[in-house]
Design a protein around this ligand. Structure first.
Ligand code: GLV
Length: 313
């Protein structure tokens, strides 16, 4: 079995070492420009289009992350890049949901418990109790109820907060009030205190975090974007923070990564930002999941996590 590996901006050595242990029967190689030799399985993160040159024997492409937008963007720009008979498979959780739960819970609790307000009081050496926000009105909305979004929504609900969830197709979720489809989008947004974005990035979701969306939220609401920078209209966020329609934002993802040195997000006191690290791909968990799926495919069994290019996730 031939396995081709490529990960942009990262060394392949540790991955190839661990993959060799997990799949001792496989012949492994890192993709180099010009390599169009046969491969049974391809494991990639943000690959160049040339990697998808016609390749004999290909049985599946594994994406080393949850979001497949970088690969599908190649297909949308150059139809036929992906072969329709070769499944594109994304990581399903593999340790990412727990990381997302930690990241989003931290951000929401920071806002609920007014840590930023207390930081300002501390800066003035002021000892002053602030009224707590009534938790029954501190409604959090989670956009996107996929593998990660559903778990984040339920973790927030377990804190006793009112939680709404929005997805393209109806998805009942215990403890969460769910909304589905474009016609319920504005009702989902109405008066939210915190909007958390965990949508997949597709042509339909691009720019969904915009002035219209922000205007539906409670005045002074907060935004947590842990999905993709392309969901956000940067200028609309800056304007909403300026008018007070939004009071704060926590951003892990950006339209351009790394974020340019002169981008206004860096120095905006209402924005907390992190370098796309809210849920990192964990090597051992990812290799375990992909190994199981390769073995299942070799036995002729069906696997989960296969992407539907038409819906984009
Ligand atoms: C990270 O952004 C991922 O898609 O896994």
């Amino acid at each position: 079995m031939n396995l081709l590996f490529y990960m942009r901006d990262a060394s392949a050595a540790e991955w190839l070492h661990d993959l060799a242990r997990a799949l001792p029967q496989a012949s492994l190689r890192e993709w180099q420009p010009g390599d169009d030799a046969p491969a049974d399985f391809v494991l990639v993160w943000r690959p160049p289009r040339e990697l998808f040159a016609p390749r004999d024997g290909l049985r599946a492409v594994f994406n080393l992350g949850a979001g497949v937008d970088a690969i599908l963007a190649l297909e949308y720009a150059h139809p036929g890049t992906l072969r329709p008979d070769v499944p594109l498979v994304r990581l399903e959780d593999s340790g990412m949901a727990q990381q997302m739960i930690e990241y989003v819970t931290y951000a929401v609790l920071r806002y609920l418990r007014r840590f930023d307000d207390y930081a300002q009081l501390q800066a003035q050496c002021r000892w002053q109790e602030l009224p707590p926000y009534p938790r029954e009105h501190f409604t959090v909305g989670v956009l996107g109820l996929g593998v990660l979004g559903a778990q984040v929504a339920q973790a927030l609900a377990a804190l006793g907060l009112p939680v709404r969830g929005f997805s393209r197709h109806a998805r009942p979720l215990e403890g969460v009030t769910t909304y589905a489809g474009a016609e319920q989008f504005d009702a989902f947004l109405q008066d939210l205190q915190v909007l958390v974005n965990l949508l997949p990035h597709t042509p339909a979701t691009r720019g969904v975090l915009n002035a219209h969306t922000f205007a539906q939220l409670a005045p002074g609401a907060r935004l947590v974007n842990v999905a993709r920078g392309a969901h956000l209209v940067d200028a609309d966020l800056l304007a909403a923070l300026e008018t007070g329609q939004l009071s704060a934002a926590t951003l892990d993802v950006f339209n351009q990564e790394p974020l340019a040195d002169d981008h206004p997000f860096w120095r905006n006191p209402r924005i907390t930002l992190t370098p796309h690290c809210s849920a990192q791909t964990l090597r051992s968990e990812a290799i375990e999941q992909i190994t199981q799926k390769i073995n299942a495919l070799m036995r002729g069994e069906a696997i989960s996590g296969v992407v539907d290019p038409a819906s984009g996730y």
